[in-house]
Structures are given as structure tokens and as C-alpha cells.
Design a protein around this ligand. Structure first.
Ligand SMILES: Nc1ncnc2c1ncn2[C@@H]1O[C@H](COP(=O)(O)OP(=O)(O)OP(=O)(O)O)[C@@H](O)[C@H]1O
Length: 713
């Protein structure tokens, strides 16, 4: 069995053990000679968590023997049920390796799949973590959802998870309650022009196999549709109710058929799992009546370590790469986003063995993508190298044209028209897909990940024509105002494009890119971007409430963080007097980004973070090098506390109502309140978890300092 899959099974078995049994398990590993293998040295197991133990077992025994040893140990310590479960899942895993060809591709990804942190909201408005296989399970009150929304920012792992579900279902590892699961990628629906029936679409979901259509349609409650990338749909699904269809055999335009499924007119007893980026959540919610929403929040620290091991295979290389990233706190934080982890590992694999490794750890998402592009270009020589400016320009043109037209799949003729075929210099940025259109198969292309299209689209607006020998390709207008306007009036499609625009304004990023690509890159769009950013908060609601001085969108802070230019950030924030966010799950990177803006907010009077959850990992015991003071981690709201009391401006009024703050947060707040000269009013209503201990620590901090707090609620 492949090491990744064996590791997966091992990890799952270990995670099922309670603390006491896990200790007994490690103890047995350190003392017994099992299946003819020597014990693992006690010192290495002493502080090992689940992931470390799994990795040690793989390192010492290899994949197959590690599973043998685990089963023997479980039996030895009288956990026969766990041993049997592991034996069974190993058997199923072996069967999976003999799955039909359609699933084999998924198996490759499966070996690399690392666990993701996922949370859902309860009726009491508290968040709790949820596992993928519990997504359709009943809640405490017995309610089982028929519609589940899987929410996640760009590159957070929605598609990966959707595919993992498909595979696990096919291997009988989850969702046994469904007899058939269909995967529909919204981007493909965009290419399916013309008419089709639901039955046609189902058949297309299972190419190469004869689908027993009658059996499928007989029990719709046994069907699950995974609709991936709702935010990528180009057409509206808000057609009038009477235009929707009810019968699976009815031939209608494809958008009507998909809309009918989503709006529960067609196969209304089936279950839906819909993935989307947050920007399209509101419009999705308008379609659904009673959905469960789960949000993917990325990799925890342990998951990141596990990802590195899966990616590199070799424990030694994984450890070296992980050490490097762990030593750059911001880079490590950004790695909570899986696509960032993938880029970083891909680049590091190329660099390993070369003297020096990475020169520096990038601090922004734009920096990560520039790093990837640089690494790619680094391997080009001779003519290929000379062609880079022209090819890059064409690639950017393709990307930007797609973003303007809400397209992520490009037809062959379009790509070839830009002379960006397979033999071109940057093939590693485009994927080719075979795609069934009517009765024939056509080729289509997409960027290796949507976020790369967004990156190159942003670059399109900064590239200068100067110095190009060939005619620039005909493409969309270079006027960034048009892009920003359509972005604001759409459902904030392709949100990363705008974030990258800000990131590319940064002088260092531009210089790096100029050096690497030989293209001239200019910041002539700076004024337009800043003006747009300030206007972006004047939403209809803000105008109605006459609160246009408030920043209400975390995305604005993300844009400013990418910019990393002190003067421009302060200028951009100048007209604002406060920041109000509501109902967000703030991961560690969001918190870094938020703190960055708060520290540079000249007129900050009000800071309101109602019903926001501050996600936080307990630091690992063996976390190598000490985090620097600026980025150290001591409590979930540590970064926020630093920002509101640091050398920058502070908010006189701070409201953190219903933020699920713990007693550790009480202590952290207490310590800063005692010293904060500007904070005069603090509201902590509805933070039940603060508890008596939290309140005591808060008051203790307050008494000990010389802050100017007048009111505490
Ligand atoms: N659980 C995971 N384990 C390992 N790698 C992952 C995982 N999730 C995501 N990745 C990596 O991150 C990349 C991006 O993930 P994915 O395409 O699933 O993101 P997404 O949330 O669908 O993004 P977008 O909204 O931009 O389409 C994957 O191609 C893969 O390399």
C-alpha cells in the first residue's frame, strides 16, 4: 500500500484513541519487539503527538509493516475493536487501489490529502468543529440537513475535499447512506451550452459506465449531488419559479436544469453538497431553505506538518522543508491555506539540495505567487528564456479576458490562437482537460489553479507595453477601472484578482518580477486602486445607515496587507473612523492582516468585532525556533491586543460581543487594558466562555495598570 494511504489509516486509528490508550500505545512501541521489528527509541516517542507517532512508525517500519505493528499493538493493549477497525479499513484501502479508472486519478490526490479544520455553527451561535463524514449527520436536536454548504476562501481545499468525498464514498469509507453520488463542477456546466435533461447530465457524470438510470431515479433520497464551485457559475440561477423543470427526462437549457436542481424543484428529495467561496454565499443562501453551513478554515499546525510529510514522502526532506518554514512565522501562518502549502512545498522541493535554499520567506500571498513564477522561470534557458516577456503577456491576456468574462475554462482554439500550446515555454501553468461536448470530445484548458488565473489577470493591468518586439495580443481593455467596476457590481467574482492588484503595487514585488521576467511593470494604477478601495465601503447599507466612515469588509484589510507600503496604507485608511466586522471565523492569517491595518489606522475611534471567532492553534511543544515577539502566540486574541495597544493609534471604543472569548483571552485583555492610554470603553457582552476566571484575570489586569478605561460591559 502507498505510504500516504497507510499513513492516513494509521493517523485515523491513532486519533481514535483516548489520551490514556494513546500513551499505552506509544509505550508498547518503545518497549516491545513487534512483528520482528525493533522498538522505536523511547526518547523519540516521548513527546510525539498522533502525527509524529504515525511518521515515526512509517520511518522505522515502512508502510505495510507499520500497519502490521499498529494492529499488533492495539491487540496487545486489549483494544481489539480498534485493531479490527484498522484491519478492515486496510482491506478497504487495498480494494480502493483496484477501483475503476475514473477514480484512480482521485487516489493519487488521496495520498496527499491532509486533514483540514472545519467548523459549523450551532443554533446557540457557538461554533464547533465538524468532520467531513458528519456533514449530513443529525444535530443535537435530531435535524438532518438535506443541503450542506461547504464554504472556504480561495485555495482552502473545497475541490480537494469534494473529490476526497467521492473517493471515500466509492471505497465505502463514508456516506454509506447514499447509493449514488454525482460530482458536478460548475465550471464545466459553463461550457455546456444548449439543451440537456437531468438524465443526460447524470450520464455525463459517469463517463464510461452504464448508469442504471431507472434505479437511480427511483429513490432520489439516496442520491447526493456534489456541486463544486458555485461561485464560478456564469449564469444566474434565479430564474422565475415557473421556468424551472420538474422531470428528470425533460430537455431544457443546461442552466435551467442546474437551477432546478439547486432550487429543489427537480429531484427535491436528493441531498446537495455545494461548495463556494464566501463571496457567493449570500446568493446561494437565497436559493436554499434550510441548509447546514460548514466552513473550511485550513490546516492546523499539526496538519501542516502532516502535509509536508505527505508531499515529500521522505521524512528527512519533509523535516528540512518544515524547519525552514517553521522558522519564518508569517510564511508558516500563510501555509494554513492549502494552496500556499502546495506552492511552498513545490518551490522548496526544487530548492532542496541547492545551496542556500530560499533567500527569504515571503510575507504576502502575492509574494508566494511571485516565488512560484520565479522558480518556474529559473529553469528556462536560451530561446525559451528570451520568449518569456511575450509569452507572459499572452498568458496574462488570456487570464484577464477570462476574469472579465467570468470564464475559467478556455477552448482549444482560444489558447492556440494566443500561441500558448503545449510546447510553449510556460506549459506548467495550464492544465489540459478532455471534455465531452455533445457527442464529441474537445480539449479545454484552465490554469493549474483558479488562483493562478487571478494572479496573471492582475499582472495584466500592470504590464507595460514598452520594449516588446511583437504586437501585443488583442485582449480586454487595460483600464483597471472597468475591472473594478464589474467586480463591485458582480458577486465579487474572483476576489483574489483585486487582492493581487494591491500586492503587485508593492515596489519590491514589482522589482522582483521585472528582474525575473524582463517585463516592465508599472504602478500607474495606484490612484485608481486607492480611490476604489475607499469607495468600496460605501455600500447601499452603509449609505442608508449613514456610516460610510466604517470599514466593514475584511477584504479591504487583506488588500492593504498585500500592499505592504506604510505610506499608502495610512493614506488609504485616512478617511475612515472605525472598523466593524460581523460573524466571521478569523483564522490566524486573517488576524495578522487585521492587526496590520489596525496598527496603521490614523483615525480609529471604534473597533467592533461582533460574533467573530478567533481561531487559534495551541503552539506545539516542539515548535522550532522561538517565534519573534511581534508574531508570538500566547492567546487567541494576542495579535488583536497588540494592535489595539501598540505604538499605532488605539480605538477608544472596543466591542468584542459574542466572540467566544476564553478565560485566556480575559487575561490577555486584562494585561493590555491596564496599559492602554486610549481605550476608554470595552464591551464583552455574551462571551459566556470567559467564565469567572476570565473576568477575574481581566479585572486583575485592569487594577494593576494605569489605563484610562471608563466603562466595561
Ligand atoms: N486537504 C488537503 N490536503 C492536501 N492538499 C490540499 C488539501 N486541500 C487543498 N490542497 C491543495 O491546495 C490546492 C487548492 O485546493 P482546492 O482546489 O481544493 O481549493 P478550493 O478551495 O477549491 O479553491 P478555489 O475556491 O480557489 O477554487 C489543491 O490543488 C491541493 O494542492
Amino acid at each position: 500500500m502507498a505510504p500516504g494511504r497507510a499513513g492516513d489509516l494509521l493517523l485515523r486509528a491513532l486519533e481514535n484513541l483516548c489520551q490514556m490508550d494513546f500513551k499505552r500505545f506509544r509505550d508498547a512501541l518503545a518497549h516491545l519487539e513487534l512483528c520482528g521489528c525493533s522498538p522505536i527509541p523511547k526518547g523519540r516517542l516521548e513527546k510525539a503527538d498522533w502525527t509524529d507517532t504515525k511518521n515515526l512508525m512509517l520511518e522505522f517500519y515502512g508502510a505495510e509493516a507499520a500497519l502490521d505493528v499498529a494492529i499488533t499493538v492495539l491487540e496487545h493493549i486489549q483494544l481489539r475493536n480498534d485493531a479490527a477497525l484498522l484491519r478492515e479499513s486496510r482491506e478497504r484501502g487495498r480494494n480502493a487501489e483496484q477501483l475503476p479508472a475514473a477514480f484512480q486519478g482521485l487516489c493519487v490526490q488521496d495520498a496527499r490529502y491532509a486533514r483540514l479544520v472545519m467548523v459549523t455553527e450551532h443554533r446557540d451561535e457557538q461554533h464547533s468543529s465538524i468532520a467531513v463524514n458528519d456533514l449530513f449527520k443529525p444535530d443535537d436536536e435530531g435535524w438532518s440537513p438535506k443541503e450542506v454548504v461547504l464554504l472556504g476562501a480561495a485555495g482552502m481545499g473545497k475541490t480537494m475535499t469534494a473529490r476526497k468525498i467521492m473517493l471515500d464514498w466509492a471505497c465505502d469509507r463514508m456516506f454509506e447512506e447514499f447509493d449514488f453520488v454525482f460530482y458536478i463542477h460548475c465550471r464545466e456546466g459553463n461550457l455546456l451550452a444548449g439543451e440537456a435533461s437531468m438524465a443526460d447530465l447524470l450520464a455525463r457524470c459517469c463517463p464510461g459506465s452504464a448508469l442504471p438510470l431507472d434505479a437511480v431515479l427511483q429513490q432520489p433520497e439516496k442520491l447526493l449531488f456534489i456541486i463544486d464551485g458555485f461561485d464560478e457559475l456564469r449564469f444566474s440561477v434565479e430564474q422565475p419559479w415557473w421556468e424551472l423543470c420538474e422531470e428528470p427526462g425533460e430537455r431544457r437549457p443546461v442552466d435551467v436544469v442546474l437551477a432546478s436542481l439547486l432550487r429543489r424543484r427537480l429531484l427535491c428529495h436528493s441531498s446537495l453538497l455545494i461548495t463556494t467561496r464566501p463571496a457567493a454565499l449570500q446568493s446561494l443562501r437565497r436559493l436554499l431553505e434550510h441548509e447546514r453551513c460548514a466552513e473550511i478554515l485550513g490546516f492546523s499546525e499539526g496538519d501542516r506538518r502532516d502535509y509536508f510529510h505527505r508531499f515529500f514522502g521522505s521524512a528527512e526532506q519533509a523535516a528540512a522543508a518544515f524547519r525552514f518554514v517553521r522558522g519564518h512565522e508569517l510564511l508558516f501562518t500563510m501555509c494554513l491555506v492549502p494552496i500556499v502549502c502546495w506552492i511552498v512545498c513545490t518551490v522548496l522541493r526544487q530548492q532542496l539540495g541547492r545551496a542556500g535554499g530560499l533567500a527569504h520567506g515571503p510575507r504576502t500571498t502575492t509574494g508566494i505567487y511571485v516565488l512560484y513564477l520565479s522558480a518556474l522561470l529559473c529553469s528556462l534557458r536560451g530561446r525559451q528564456r528570451q520568449e518569456v516577456p511575450a509569452v507572459l503577456r499572452r498568458l496574462c491576456c488570456l487570464a484577464a479576458g477570462g476574469i472579465r468574462g467570468h470564464r475559467v475554462l478556455f477552448e482549444e482554439k482560444e489558447v492556440q490562437g494566443l500561441a500558448l500550446g503545449r510546447q510553449e515555454t510556460l506549459p506548467l501553468l495550464l492544465n489540459e482537460h478532455l471534455f465531452q461536448k455533445d457527442i464529441s470530445c474537445v480539449s479545454s484548458y484552465s490554469f493549474i489553479h483558479l488562483s493562478f488565473q487571478e494572479f496573471f489577470a492582475a499582472l495584466f493591468y500592470l504590464l507595460e507595453d514598452e520594449g516588446e518586439a511583437q504586437e501585443p495580443p488583442v485582449g480586454p481593455s487595460r483600464d483597471v477601472k472597468e475591472l473594478l467596476q464589474s467586480y463591485s457590481s458582480s458577486r465579487n467574482y474572483f476576489i483574489l484578482t483585486v487582492r493581487f492588484l494591491f500586492g503587485l503595487l508593492n515596489e519590491d514585488r514589482r522589482r522582483e518580477l521585472e528582474q525575473e521576467t524582463g517585463c516592465k511593470i508599472s504602478a500607474r494604477i495606484t490612484e485608481d486602486l486607492l480611490e476604489w478601495l475607499q469607495d468600496s465601503q460605501k455600500t447601499a447599507l452603509a449609505l442608508l445607515l449613514e456610516e460610510t466612515g466604517l470599514v466593514r469588509d475584511l477584504e479591504l484589510c487583506h488588500c492593504l496587507y498585500e500592499l505592504q507600503d506604510e505610506r499608502l496604507v495610512v493614506t488609504a485608511l485616512c478617511p475612515f473612523t472605525g472598523l466593524r466586522l460581523h460573524g466571521l471565523n478569523l483564522n490566524r492569517f486573517d488576524q495578522v492582516v487585521l492587526a496590520f491595518s489596525l496598527r496603521r489606522f490614523p483615525g480609529l475611534q471604534v473597533l467592533e468585532l461582533g460574533h467573530c471567532c478567533f481561531l487559534w492553534d495551541e503552539p506545539e511543544d516542539n515548535a522550532a525556533p522561538q517565534p519573534s515577539q511581534e508574531e508570538g502566540m500566547q492567546s487567541p486574541i494576542h495579535l488583536l491586543c497588540q494592535a489595539i495597544t501598540g505604538p499605532g493609534p488605539s480605538a477608544p471604543l472596543c466591542r468584542l460581543d459574542r466572540c467566544e472569548l476564553s478565560s485566556a483571552c480575559g487575561a490577555a485583555l486584562g494585561s493590555v487594558l491596564g496599559t492602554s492610554p486610549a481605550l476608554t470603553e470595552l464591551s464583552l457582552a455574551g462571551n459566556k466562555d470567559l467564565g469567572d476566571e476570565g473576568v477575574r484575570l481581566l479585572c486583575e489586569g485592569l487594577r494593576s495598570g494605569a489605563g484610562s478605561l471608563r466603562e466595561l460591559r
